[in-house]
Design a protein around this ligand. Structure first.
Ligand code: URA
Length: 210
């Protein structure tokens, strides 16, 4: 079974609590989302390969580690954009892909409306970013697209997961690690994670009620 890393760090959990609060407005929501994404990504990236380079400090030449090239971030629209905002500043060399997937509210199945992935080779380290792992349908669709594009080293970085979503992803992709801040209690009948934080895309972009 794939490994699930629940990041219990108090700074992560404090941001998550702010995101859960219904009173948090879109501006603050975006800020908290970006901050927690950076922290979750930091954990996900802990074992990224480095190479030693000879560099010159003001004092002397020395050997120092730099991240190996071959990093790819794939943002699942829309809510993945809120994650990407927090991660991209610390990963300036990453190539970025976008997958537009919408949940059909009746079937809860994912439907693709946009795909723009960079060239991916098997050696690349690929991080799929989607804050909400609910039924798992959207994420599984995204992971299939990323694997079909050639990715072999993939991690899923998410903020909140449901037990069902985790189980479904683990079944479909036993080799993919899931990094999350919480596995919540359940999914409700509309496919929302509970207690959750509501619709992440709507809360990020102020489209609640549309
Ligand atoms: N997507 C969201 O934005 N929120 C949920 O609770 C489930 C899916």
């Amino acid at each position: 079974m794939s490994q699930v890393l629940v990041v219990k760090h108090p700074m992560v959990q404090d941001r998550l609590t702010a995101l859960r609060r219904v009173a948090t407005d879109s501006g603050a929501f975006r800020e908290h989302m970006a901050a927690v994404a950076a922290m979750l990504f930091y954990e996900a990236a802990r074992d990224l390969p480095v190479v030693q380079e000879t560099i010159e400090t003001p004092l002397q030449l020395t050997q120092a580690p730099v991240l190996k090239s071959g990093l790819v971030l794939v943002s699942v629209l829309r809510a993945g954009l809120g994650f990407l905002d927090g991660i991209l500043p610390s990963m300036p060399k990453a190539r970025v892909g976008y997958l537009g997937l919408a949940r059909n509210p009746k079937t809860l199945e994912a439907e693709s409306y946009y795909a723009n992935l960079p060239k991916i080779v098997p050696e690349d380290q690929v991080f799929v970013l989607d804050p909400m792992l609910a039924t798992g349908h959207t994420v599984i669709h995204a992971l299939k697209q990323v694997e079909a594009a050639g990715a072999r080293n993939i991690q899923l970085v998410t903020l909140l997961a449901s037990p069902e979503g985790v189980a479904n992803v683990q079944k479909a992709f036993p080799h993919i690690r899931i990094v999350t801040a919480s596995i919540d209690s359940a999914l409700n009948e509309k496919g929302y994670i509970v207690p959750g934080l509501g619709d992440a895309g709507d809360r990020l972009y102020g489209t609640l009620g549309h």
